[in-house]
Each structure stands twice: as structure tokens, then as C-alpha cells.
Write a protein that binds this ligand. Structure first.
Ligand SMILES: [Cu+2]
Length: 173
């Protein structure tokens, strides 16, 4: 009886294997149909050009575009220099915001109210994913460089309009 089951199992297994063998690999997309290829980017830190941060971030923050264009659709990577004690008050984004701390001590909290006690401190090498629409806030414990990447266009909406540097240039200082 055992032998019969084994034979049956082999018979059943063979067609599955045959199907797997017959499966044709997906055809490579034609060059014209492929999405725009990513640009080849290899940069030393010294080659990064710093300037004003994207609109909506505190005016004390400076930024460099590492890759892509945060103002357009598609993958972008920027780095932000945030001076010690500067705050980015409760806000959210339409797409996931992925944060990597390059240097310094950064702090991130979740919710609608800035609460320093509940923030998590992230040293150099710290990492965070802030999902689209999730309310969060941040502060530089020391001067920091943080890398932010995600799918553009980058946008920021503050929970309280008074915290938006576009409305009050001293916000976040
Ligand atoms: Cu954010």
C-alpha cells in the first residue's frame, strides 16, 4: 500500500515539474516600453551642493539633492542639515518618508502634539520609515545631517497651520 502511494506521488509530481520546465521566462521589455532608467550617480560628500531646503521646512534647514528631484514624481534622495534645537512641528506627507541619520542626534515623535519626552533619539546610523499620512514631528538634539528619501513629489502639510514656515518664517527655529 505504501508503495502505491509513493508511485501515485511520483505520477502527480511529474506533471508539476513539466509545467515548471515549460514556463517561458518573461520577455525582456522593449526599450521604448521600459520606464525611464535611473541615472548613474556616484558622489563624494564634497560634491554635494547645499542650498535652501524644500519649501515647508524650517528656513534654518539647508538641503542638498543627492539623487532625483524631490519636486517631481519618482524616487528622490535629499540630505538636510538641521541646526541644534531646530524643530519640525507635527506634520505629514502624501508618500512614505524614509529617514537615515548621517551624523548627530536626531529625534522623532509621533502624533499631533510636540512632546519631547515621548520622542525617540536616533544617533548616526539611525533609521525611520514614516508612512504616508502618519502624523509625526522631529527635532535636532545636536546639529544633524539626515538623509530623506522617498517617492516624489515631496510635500509637507502641518497639523497646525501656524507651525508652517510658509505662513510664519520663524516656525521651527
Ligand atoms: Cu516628516
Amino acid at each position: 500500500m505504501k508503495r502505491m502511494y509513493l508511485a501515485l506521488a511520483l505520477v502527480l509530481a511529474v506533471p508539476v515539474f513539466a509545467i515548471a520546465q515549460d514556463a517561458t521566462p518573461p520577455a525582456a521589455p522593449a526599450a521604448s516600453a521600459a520606464p525611464a532608467a535611473s541615472a548613474h550617480v556616484v558622489k563624494t560628500p564634497a560634491e554635494l551642493k547645499w542650498g535652501p531646503a524644500p519649501a515647508g521646512l524650517p528656513t534654518v534647514v539647508t538641503a542638498t539633492v543627492v539623487q532625483g528631484n524631490p519636486g517631481e514624481a519618482g524616487l528622490y534622495t535629499v540630505r538636510l542639515r538641521v541646526p541644534a534645537n531646530a524643530k519640525i512641528m507635527p506634520h505629514f506627507h502624501p508618500t512614505d518618508e524614509i529617514v537615515t541619520v548621517i551624523s548627530g542626534q536626531f529625534m522623532i515623535g509621533m502624533g499631533d502634539t510636540f512632546d519631547k519626552a515621548s520622542m525617540k533619539s536616533l544617533p548616526s546610523g539611525g533609521f525611520a520609515v514614516l508612512p504616508a499620512e502618519m502624523h509625526h514631528y522631529a527635532m535636532a538634539k545636536t546639529a544633524v545631517v539626515v538623509q530623506v528619501h522617498g517617492m516624489g513629489p515631496f510635500a509637507i502639510t502641518y497639523v497646525n497651520q501656524a507651525d508652517d514656515p510658509r505662513n510664519s518664517p520663524t516656525a521651527g527655529k
